[in-house]
Design a protein around this ligand. Structure first.
Ligand SMILES: Cc1cc2nc3c(=O)[nH]c(=O)nc-3n(C[C@H](O)[C@H](O)[C@H](O)COP(=O)(O)OP(=O)(O)OC[C@H]3O[C@@H](n4cnc5c(N)ncnc54)[C@H](O)[C@@H]3O)c2cc1C
Length: 447
């Protein structure tokens, strides 16, 4: 044991990792806790989901990060915070005492109470989500190519016209146009339908109207069926019911419609605001607490809410660490000020929108190169950067020539009875048929 004050950071995302350096410099002993062994670079999840990147490219081992900073890392899932006793509890029953606590757990999907959405859609928040989606997409293409009559059609519905929905829909449009021809040559692109549904009257709401219009045109040019002003009432396994009473057929529905605190946050005993986010004061201390901070997507300062993006998370993590250092020195804390550097989103190859904080706007190839460069810069680890550069270059230079896409495995589950999966789980006790894929599925389900 040492006399150093002990800080626990829960969540090794942008906010949590950016808090480590400042705490160590201030002589604080740090324990990092995350439920995964790796930190996920969420902005490139859609590339994994569409077969452009390998899952390892966007994941960095947390232990490797913490070891170089003389910080302890342990894998665990936060379930309870004892504010008075200054202890936290993990799902496996372990307890840890702290002098200071930083909650940086990020958020999860918000289904806004839409009936059937949670059960019948795929998400895009974790690496597992991205792999699951990739397997369903690739399997869908194979299902089309497996059809001797050529009558099958595949409809992918993306819900949410924010940056994630736009990026995913744009890349799916390119997959249909380029990859199908090269990888599944017997499938005509017009048998694949990509639909993007957004409740608001425009895509990419935080962007300037000219950038929104650019993105809309770019998506339309990639064959995406864009439905604005469209409220989703219900999602069933094979239909999306929308506000005007229409029932749209769908084979895969992807939910990128919004975020909220993970359900587990309700058990932490900390004050929660809109969408379950943890309420903090101007210095990022959790309201009503002296020693607990929240940073990143999970934190909500009600008077000056930060956007739920990587930059605010990075800045808030650093700020929380700096405030703990001040408290350790017996100084007063300072309020957090977000330095807005701008926002960007990509639609596909040579197509992106960039809006700088001072108002400058860029579109097209220059914006796309800026998007690419910035994402490479913020990825953790040289190996990941190099692998991502190679894989994305390969994707955008060579994917029309076959081999440009990373195909997956058969999905672990069929999404619905008529869904494009070759085999659902075999009935109990039955022998797997044909090529043994049933075997493989049974094995994977048993894992
Ligand atoms: C698909 C997608 C694309 C995005 N694209 C962009 C983009 O292009 N640009 C941009 O600026 N932002 C983008 N964002 C948003 C950005 O990724 C987030 O704002 C950012 O990751 C928030 O950082 P964070 O540290 O708060 O949380 P996260 O990065 O989500 O990290 C949270 C960590 O907490 C861990 N955790 C969660 N619950 C627990 C628990 N109970 N116990 C222990 N550990 C836990 C998780 O495993 C995770 O490692 C995107 C988000 C998504 C989902």
């Amino acid at each position: 044991m040492t006399d150093e004050p002990h800080a626990i950071i829960v969540g090794a995302g942008f906010a949590g990792l950016s808090a480590v350096g400042g705490l160590r410099k201030a002589g604080v002993r740090v324990t990092m806790i995350d439920k995964n062994l790796y930190s996920t670079f969420q902005p490139l999840l859609y590339q994994v989901a569409t077969g452009g990147l390998n899952p390892g490219d966007i994941a960095y081992p947390i232990g490797g990060f913490t070891a170089r900073r003389r910080t302890r890392y342990t894998r665990g899932d936060l379930v309870d915070v004892d504010t008075d006793g200054r202890r936290i509890k993990l799902a496996d029953g372990r307890e840890f005492g702290y002098d200071y606590l930083v909650i940086a757990t990020g958020v999860a999907a918000n289904y806004f109470g839409v009936k059937g959405a949670e059960e019948n859609t795929l998400g895009l928040y974790t690496r597992v989500d991205a792999l699951r989606l990739r397997d369903h997409i690739m399997n869908g293409f194979e299902w089309l190519s497996d059809d001797p009559d050529g009558g099958r059609e595949l409809t992918i519905t993306v819900v949410g016209g924010g940056a994630t929905g736009v990026e995913l829909a744009g890349t799916l449009g390119e997959l249909r146009r380029d990859v199908l021809r090269a990888t599944f040559p017997d499938v005509k692109p017009d048998r694949v339908h990509i639909r993007l549904i957004e409740m608001a009257p425009a895509l990419l709401l935080p962007f300037h109207p000219k950038l929104r219009e650019y993105a809309r045109k770019q998506l339309a040019a990639r064959g995406v069926d864009i439905r604005l002003n469209t409220k989703i009432l219900e999602v069933t396994p094979d239909r999306v019911l929308i506000g005007d009473g229409q029932s749209l057929p769908t084979d895969l529905t992807v939910w990128t419609g919004g975020v909220a605190a993970p359900q587990a946050a309700a058990g932490w005993g900390l004050p929660q605001g809109k969408n379950g986010r943890i309420l903090v004061g101007p210095d990022l201390r959790v309201q009503g607490s002296d020693r607990i901070f929240a940073a990143g997507d999970i934190a909500l300062e009600p008077d000056e809410p930060s956007p739920q993006l990587a930059q605010p998370a990075l800045q808030e993590g650093r700020h929380a660490a700096a405030q703990i250092a001040r408290l350790v020195r017996g100084e007063q804390t300072q309020p957090f000020r977000y330095h807005d550097k701008g926002i960007m989103a990509t639609i596909g190859r040579n197509s992106a929108v960039v809006q700088l904080a001072r108002g400058a706007r860029i579109t097209g190839t220059l914006a796309w190169l800026a998007w690419l460069g910035l994402h490479l810069l913020y990825l953790l680890g040289y190996r990941n950067r190099i692998a991502t550069l190679i894989n994305l270059s390969w994707r955008y230079i060579a994917w029309g020539h076959g081999g440009g896409v990373i195909v997956g495995d058969e999905p672990m589950e069929a999404l619905h009875a008529s869904a494009p999966a070759h085999a659902g789980p075999p009935p109990a006790g039955s022998a797997p048929a044909g090529d043994g894929t049933g075997d493989q599925q049974a094995l994977r389900q048993a894992e």
